[in-house]
Design a protein around this ligand. Structure first.
Ligand SMILES: [Zn+2]
Length: 210
């Protein structure tokens, strides 16, 4: 059977199993969503936000792109962030990177991958900021692992640079920002960085008139 057909069959089985367990399940979910968490993760097929966190439909609002980047010109990311923070009023935003990330490996290579080079450029900028620390690692695996962690940290800091987050921090002392790294080798998520609401932002990026 072709892979996509299996998905449709699985879906029917899942939906009927849900109804058997809880007849009101879909009726309830159809009315509204009120997730407390926004997840910004990598598009990698091995890192499904809900599966690895044991969460259910309705619990997390999700945005995924290559290497879980927070790029200030990305209208898609910014729209998701604004909706999650201002309309859904999420309490937490999680940036979750992962070991063995193809985007991280691409940023550390000198190969062209076509159009996506423009996206990888943003990851290379993180590498450039932390070049000394990363290049001091002895193995390539260690270098990639460190860039993965530092990239998550930089993306959390990028969130704090946005007017969306700074405004929310001023108005309702939320959301808290978390940087995590998921290890595809053992399935464990390791927290690596955190900015609780109100944490000082780099003065260069502080917005005084919001
Ligand atoms: Zn990845």
């Amino acid at each position: 059977m072709e892979a996509y057909k299996k998905l449709l069959n699985n879906n029917k089985e899942w939906a009927s199993a849900q109804i058997k367990e809880d007849p009101e399940y879909f009726a309830r979910l159809a009315k509204l969503q009120s997730p407390e968490i926004l997840w910004i993760g990598c598009s990698d097929s091995r890192v499904p936000a809900d599966r690895i966190t044991g969460t259910h439909p309705g619990e997390i609002f999700v945005h995924r792109n290559i290497s879980n980047m927070v790029v200030p010109t990305d209208l898609n990311l910014l729209s998701v962030l604004q909706f999650a923070v201002e309309i859904l009023k999420v309490r937490h935003v999680i940036v979750c990177g992962h070991q063995n990330c193809g985007g991280i490996a691409a940023a550390m290579s000198n190969k062209s991958f076509g159009l996506m080079d423009q996206w990888v450029w943003n990851i290379k900028n993180v590498y450039r900021i932390h070049r000394d620390e990363i290049d001091a690692c002895t193995s390539e695996e260690e270098k990639r692992s460190l860039l993965t962690k530092l990239n998550v940290k930089e993306q959390v800091m990028n969130l704090a640079k946005t007017s969306i987050i700074q405004k929310a921090w001023k108005q309702r002392q939320l959301p808290h920002l978390h940087g995590w790294v998921y290890d595809v080798r053992d399935g464990i998520i390791n927290p690596v960085f955190e900015m609780t609401a109100g944490t000082e932002v780099d003065p260069i990026f502080e917005i005084s008139n919001i």
